[in-house]
Design a protein around this ligand. Structure first.
Ligand code: GDP
Ligand code: GDP
Length: 458
């Protein structure tokens, strides 16, 4: 994610519709009633080859008092302050209103970069509005139709130079802030910080206890609550401090509190949970111990592995278990049998309701994240490879020895290794598994997928 884009504008101009289009799914609510989008939402946006975080701000209201409007305005100002770029949306059909002007003023003062867009401009609609928008003094307005997907190419072209600029800034900043030197190699500092919270997704079947767990972590008053129903009903991420670690928790369904879903918003499905995986560094697969490792749980865990995320399995509602040692044994067996691809991933027991075991969960998440970022020096890897091939030489199909010559780690998050070898097409899968399991055991790397590929050197 190279930069953060906040979509701002008064209610009903089409911000949520645009957010949905950039994030690729109907996560935000769309409604004709002004002000239905009342909390900040974040999503992973993509446009062409650009990847960024999108914040869908609340409608920019002018009220200064402590009403809902006032709170929304403050939330939005926060979004503007957090964003690298603000996409300021006005309604092309309505033209520039007093509210638009008021907020243009705020944006001029607070925003780092503003892209002005007139929305609902499909076909020839709203040409007059687009002309009026020039007068805001925020540059040439883009003409968009969020609903029909028009003008997205112009938005892309407006974002590219900014994205490049941010990229360059990041590279320049890196030497002081982000790089440590280990074994003579420069490595990025991946440790969680307030600026870079550890990204966690909590996923699991409905009723596994995701909301309860997240609210426990957040503490009672952390969510924006108020007498208005549904205020946080479709939030998808929230930042907090989890036992001293800055985290950003992604969950598509777990953040609703009192404002339990009424009318049209239902519990989001497992498919939404799968999306949260893509944002995450560490995925917590939350099981209900009463019905663990059901088909849905297995699919989710497998998906997290395929996506290359660090995985922690947490068995929830542990307070309900009577024979804990026996149950734990059962869980471990089932885990090994049903999820061999997650061999070594931590299994912790928690009670989201009482808070018991949250420290274990915290430790497991931190450790999984550390392993996911682990970098092993090339010299050590090659020593290790020598020992492994000596203990168990690769086969010699047709009398021709497969030689594993050299090994290096090409990337982290998750750790990926390349082995230079001869006749790699003849190397059996079992030998690859032998090496992967060996890496896991010898370098203590539980809970992370390990990628190992062979490059043929003839
Ligand atoms: P928000 O309050 O700014 O988040 O606005 P919404 O995204 O909820 O949209 C408000 C209304 O405008 C909804 O009825 C949308 O369907 C409609 N709308 C959004 N984008 C477009 C567009 O490009 N063209 C037209 N004609 N309507 C749109
Ligand atoms: P979600 O659908 O995954 O968000 O699940 P919820 O958080 O809504 O929880 C579903 C039900 O399980 C609720 O009735 C919770 O009170 C209950 N629950 C959640 N965590 C625990 C727990 O640790 N122990 C017990 N006994 N019940 C729990």
């Amino acid at each position: 994610m190279s930069f953060t884009l906040a979509i701002v504008g008064r209610p009903n101009v089409g911000k949520s519709t645009l957010f949905n289009r950039l994030v690729g799914k109907r996560l935000a609510l769309v409604d004709d009633q002004p002000g239905v989008t009342r909390d900040l939402r974040e999503g992973a946006g993509r446009l062409g080859d650009l990847r960024f975080i999108v914040i869908d701000s609340a409608g920019l209201e002018m009220a200064e008092d402590d009403s809902l409007q006032g709170r929304m305005r403050r939330l939005t100002e926060r979004a503007v302050d957090e964003a690298d770029v603000c996409l300021f949306v006005i309604d092309a059909r309505v033209g520039v209103t007093a509210a638009d002007e008021y907020f243009a003023d705020i944006l001029r003062k607070r925003a780092k970069h503003v892209i002005l867009a007139t929305n609902k401009a499909e076909g020839r609609a709203g040409e007059a509005g687009a002309m009026e928008a020039y007068a805001l003094g925020l540059g040439e307005p883009l003409r968009l139709s969020a609903e029909h997907g028009e003008g997205m190419d112009d938005l892309y072209r407006a974002l590219v130079p900014l994205a490049e600029e941010f990229e360059a800034q990041n590279v320049q900043q890196t030497p002081e802030t982000d790089v440590a030197v280990e074994d003579g190699e420069e490595v990025e500092d991946w440790r969680p910080s307030a600026q870079k919270p550890l990204q966690v997704a909590v996923i699991g079947r409905p009723n596994a206890g995701k909301s309860t767990l997240i609210n426990k972590i957040l503490g009672e008053d952390r969510l924006l609550t108020g007498p208005e129903a549904g205020i946080t009903r479709d939030s998808i991420s929230v930042s907090t401090d989890f036992m001293g670690t800055p985290v950003r928790i992604f969950d598509t369904a777990g953040m609703r509190k009192k404002a339990r879903v009424t009318d049209k918003v239902e519990k989001l499905s497992v498919a939404d949970g799968l999306r949260a995986v893509r944002f995450a560094e560490v995925v917590v697969v939350l099981l209900d111990v009463g019905i663990p490792f059901e088909q849905q749980d297995l699919r989710i865990a497998d998906f997290a592995e395929t996506e290359g995320r660090a995985v922690v399995v947490a068995a929830n509602k542990w307070d309900l278990e009577e024979d804990k040692p026996e149950k734990l044994k059962e869980l471990r067996e089932a885990f090994e049998r049903l999820l061999p691809q997650l061999k070594g991933a931590p299994l912790v027991t928690v009670s989201a309701r009482t808070g018991k075991g949250l420290d274990r969960l915290h430790n497991a998440v931190l450790k999984a994240h550390e392993v996911w970022n682990r970098r092993i020096p090339t010299a050590r890897l090659n020593q290790w490879l020598g020992a492994m091939t000596e203990a168990h030489p690769p086969p010699a199909p047709g009398g021709r020895r497969i030689r594993l010559r050299y090994m290096t780690q090409v990337k982290t998050r998750p750790p990926a290794f390349v082995v230079m070898a001869t006749h790699t097409d003849k190397l059996p899968d079992s030998y690859q598994r032998y090496l992967i399991n060996g890496l896991r055991a010898d370098f203590d790397m539980p809970g992370t997928p390990i990628r190992l590929t062979f490059r043929d050197q003839g």
